[in-house]
Design a protein. Structure first.
Length: 514
């Protein structure tokens, strides 16, 4: 079990992961949630939450599909201790609000531009976003106990007679690695100026299920299984690399969050140097195609870094060791393509209709707003409200049954996020959608000092969203409100329609607003 001994156990362990929907980010979230039952994870990224697919495609039989997330990683996102927030790290206000709402005890920064992106993008993202995040952490009401910045073994450039150590000089051989080294230098200065506990994980060559096919193991696995026989043509295979399982990368970062020394860099690798030729040969062997596929190495541009392997002594001194052999890692990649990717490709090619777990609908009338539908949204309510509205008072309106099922837990999550919340519970049924029910809610809000900038949260079916919407339209001539519909009808009608109303003896929905 990975523990975080330096975090005050009176406060829940709260880890923010930037780039949380990426390859390493998802593995890290799953590891933290599995190995520390007190851990809560907030993954952040620019895109909407998507638990089932990675941002990149995967190939099966010549068909490209959104790369599916392996089931065991999807399962981690179903945990009530996992949250996701769509936050652009360039948006200072949104980032500050997220940090204030979540108050992480630890931060892992993995968001980055990728190796083959333009230099301007590499500089903007890998240097600019890192600096912006550290400055936001310096402003935050609670500073984290540790900040782990994801870097790359590429900062060293090629190694010579021995494995690369953290105190070796750096001489990056490509723009991506140069941008990561510049990010390290900038972050070190910023950390010293602001007294932030920053350390670096220099990750070598991660491998595992779900990795982008721009990397050799995924690329060869996809081509190999699609081809099944004949000649597999490759470029030069003489370069050596240090391949490390993504699960081992995750366990290393989790350990650094607990016992890593701020100010130091740590090599995260296997410590094993293998040629690209041996990796391709192992994939052919593990796929059971050694008698059907011949690897043909074609001339081409040699790798800019012919040799690369990590000395992992510094990380090993903390008690860490890789748990997965290269064969185990490659076998997992092959299984992923045979099962997960093949199934996704078959489903995309089929004619049968499948009900989606979540949809994002852009609705435009005189203005536009997002409607998001998927399981588990209520678990993200505290983070989403804190990100959108910040440190305001919240009133949560629900009927007795919904409050028991969902509202009480939601209020607790808001309080745990440091947000002030007042529960307002009304009787079930249409009798609460009345002048008397309206008066009850208004009096409760007034009693807790609810102001015009505060936020009313309506959690329930059509009765609650109608009643709460009319209260929001009327109280102090209008206050912000958020609907959290819990019934199918409310999701299609009252929670998203223009009408809010209460009943009177004259007629149903007689008093209302638009």
């Amino acid at each position: 079990m990975v523990s975080l001994p330096h975090v005050d156990r009176l406060t829940p362990v709260r880890v923010l992961i930037s780039g949380g929907q990426g390859f390493v980010g998802r593995h890290l979230a799953a590891t933290l949630l599995q190995d520390d039952q007190q851990a809560t994870v907030l993954a952040v990224g620019r895109s909407h939450r998507c638990d089932d697919t990675f941002p990149h495609p995967a190939s099966s039989g010549g068909r490209q599909v959104p790369a599916p997330v392996p089931a065991w990683l999807v399962a981690a996102t179903r945990s009530p201790r996992y949250h996701y927030a769509a936050v652009d790290l360039r948006d200072r206000a949104a980032l500050d609000a997220t940090l204030a709402a979540f108050q992480p005890t630890a931060v892992v920064h993995l968001a980055a531009a990728l190796r083959d992106e333009p230099l301007a993008r590499l500089v903007e993202t890998n240097i600019g976003l890192t600096l912006g995040l550290l400055e936001a952490l310096a402003r935050a009401p609670r500073r984290p106990d540790r900040v782990v910045l994801g870097s790359t073994g590429g900062v060293y450039g090629p190694c010579t007679a021995r494995a690369l150590r953290e105190d070796d000089p750096c001489d990056p051989a490509d723009p991506y690695s140069a941008s990561k080294l510049a990010s390290e230098i900038t972050a070190r200065v910023c950390a010293q100026l602001n007294r932030l506990p920053v350390l670096w994980a220099r990750i070598f060559n991660p491998v595992g299920a779900g990795q982008d096919e721009r990397h050799v193991t995924s690329s060869v696995a996809a081509r190999l299984l699609a081809q099944d026989h004949g000649a597999l043509e490759t470029g030069p295979l003489d370069a050596t690399r240090d391949y490390v399982d993504a699960r081992d990368v995750a366990s290393a970062i989790a350990l650094l969050l607990g016992v890593g020394t701020p100010g130091l860099a740590y090599n995260v690798g296997s410590g094993r140097e293998v040629t690209t030729a041996s990796v391709v040969a192992a994939l052919v062997r593990l796929a059971g195609l050694a008698d059907r596929v011949t690897v043909v190495e074609r001339p081409g541009r040699s790798a800019g870094v012919p040799r690369h392997v990590a000395d992992i002594s510094r990380l090993a001194a903390l008690g860490w060791a890789p748990q997965f052999s290269l064969d185990e890692s490659l076998a997992q990649v092959l299984d992923y393509y045979r099962c997960d990717v093949a199934a996704a490709a078959a489903n995309s090619a089929g004619d049968r209709r499948r009900a989606p777990e979540r949809i994002a609908v852009r609705v435009a009338v005189n203005s536009a707003y997002d409607v998001e539908v998927r399981p588990g949204l209520a678990e993200d309510l505290a983070v989403r409200l804190g990100t959108r509205f910040g440190d305001r008072q919240y009133a949560l309106l629900a009927d007795e049954r919904v409050f028991q099922l969902h509202g009480e837990r939601a209020c607790h999550a808001l309080e745990q996020a440091g947000l002030r919340v007042a529960p307002i519970v009304v009787a079930e049924g249409e009798q609460s959608k009345s002048a008397a029910g309206f008066q009850q809610v208004v009096e409760a809000m007034h009693g807790v000092g609810f102001r015009r900038r505060d936020v009313l949260v309506n959690m329930g079916g059509g009765m609650i969203t109608d009643l709460g919407g009319y209260v929001a339209a009327s109280y102090l001539r209008g206050v912000p409100y958020v609907n959290v519909p819990t019934t199918l009808l409310a999701q299609h009608d009252s929670a998203i329609g223009g009408k809010v109303a209460i009943n009177t003896p004259f007629a149903k929905n007689f008093l209302g607003a638009f």
